[in-house]
Design a protein around this ligand. Structure first.
Ligand code: CTP
Length: 400
């Protein structure tokens, strides 16, 4: 199952380090090649010899081996790893990772890791729920780190509550899931529209909307990670292009520009995901000079209809699977159903603006997916990254 996979297993100084012996055994038995990296504090809990014998590799802990002067390259380790797993991850290591404090071999390896990093936090319940820890966790999530949430139960301190490291078996399953999901879109080409559009009024003003582009970028990121070739066409956003896999980004400003770019990429694609908040109307005339204030109390800007990118492309399908979004404030299901049908989409993702966990500028989202076959699936509130994976899973399920 994990044959040929290179895993860096980072171990930090928490009592749960003893459970990582079991995790290492599971990984090795599944065929993974594992390099253990320990922080100096971790060695106070479990001896490196245990990990070295189970992984058949010397444990790396310092930048140099003291007696030989051999240099351990964190950059090489970061390149070698297909996945880095830090279990247990203490509050201290989580804080260092969130802030880039590279004062040991483990955190420098984290900063050099080219592939994904998964952490299994372990600490006392007060430390876990401290705002500082929660801030650092949110930062790491934002940086793309996969968090295997701690469980609730009896803690080493004798207290009861959340903070106990997930069981080795559970972390192992997350690792297996990570690798089995990874390449399920290999060979697929996917068009993603994202962000708002800006419709110029004059050289300094425009009609726009509050879309941050986060949902579309998370979708592109996860598609790239799962092996797809992605054409990401985005309106004005302040987001970096995800670095996962093969993502070609095209920046546009107006709906017309987005339409032209989407039309040129659509015929190459197997799937199209329309997550952009496209302006439905644009000023009829764009003034080439800044419009001056007149003495009138009112001013009228005439608007003309923009093309509906999702509707146009879905009715010019050549077997593509198309996905739309509906952001509704009222009669959500019936409005979403109408959009699904009128735009000839295969599925539509509904977010309700009434929901405190959903919508523009947020990192979380709560969705329902409606299919043209009449099914409605409701999901719990999740991060936009998790939602992106739910949407991709639904696409794969419905396009079979
Ligand atoms: N969409 C599009 N081009 C447009 C308008 C919308 O591609 N000109 C796409 C969006 O990307 C989204 C879906 O259509 O996937 C629904 O967008 P939405 O703005 O909610 O729907 P509208 O049809 O514009 O309806 P309304 O604004 O009246 O709710």
């Amino acid at each position: 199952m994990l044959n040929g996979k290179h895993i860096v297993l980072g171990i930090t100084g928490g009592i749960a380090a003893y459970k990582s012996v079991m995790l290492l055994r599971l990984l090795v038995k599944a065929g993974a090649e594992v390099q253990v990296v320990m922080t100096p504090a971790a060695k106070e809990f479990v001896t490196p010899v245990t990990f070295a014998s189970l992984s058949s590799k010397p444990v790396v802990s310092e930048f140099f081996t003291a007696n030989t002067g051999e240099w351990h390259s964190h950059v090489d380790l970061g390149l070698w790893a297909n996945l880095m797993v830090i279990a247990p991850a203490t509050a201290s290591t989580i804080g260092k990772m969130a802030n880039g404090i590279a004062d040991n071999m483990l955190v420098t390896t984290y900063l050099s890791a080219k592939e994904d990093v998964m952490i299994a936090p372990a600490m006392d319940l007060d430390m876990w729920r401290h705002p500082s820890t929660q801030r650092n966790i949110a930062q790491l999530q934002n940086d793309g780190v996969i968090i295997v949430s701690p469980g609730s139960g009896e803690l080493a301190s004798g207290l009861e509550g959340k903070g106990r490291m997930a069981e080795p078996q559970e972390i192992f399953q997350e690792i297996q899931k990570y690798f089995s999901k990874k390449q399920d879109l290999k060979g697929k080409k996917v068009l993603v529209t994202a962000g708002p559009t800006y419709e110029n009024i004059d050289p300094v003003r425009f009609i726009g909307n509050y879309s941050s582009g986060k949902m579309g970028f998370e979708i592109a990121r996860e598609l790239g990670k799962r092996g797809a070739e992605v054409f990401l066409i985005t309106g004005p956003v302040s987001l970096d292009t995800p670095k996962t896999g093969n993502i070609e980004r095209t920046d546009v400003t107006s709906a017309i520009e987005m339409f032209e770019q989407a039309k040129s990429k659509f015929p190459l694609c197997d799937i199209a995901i329309f997550s952009a908040a496209v302006a439905d109307y644009a000023p009829d005339k764009v003034s080439d000079k800044k419009i001056k204030r007149e003495n009138e109390e009112e001013m009228v800007i005439r608007l003309k209809r923009n093309p509906d990118i999702a509707a146009y492309l879905s009715s010019h399908k050549n077997n593509q699977f198309t996905v739309g979004f509906a952001l509704e404030t009222d009669n959500e299901i019936s409005n979403a159903k109408k959009k699904l049908e009128s735009k000839k989409l295969d599925i539509i993702v509904l977010n309700s603006l009434n929901d405190p966990d959903a919508g523009f500028m947020k990192d979380t989202n709560k969705i329902k997916i409606l299919s043209k076959t009449g099914e409605i699936t409701s999901y719990d509130p999740k991060t936009k990254r998790e939602v992106a994976n739910d949407i991709i899973d639904a696409i794969l399920r419905y396009s079979k």
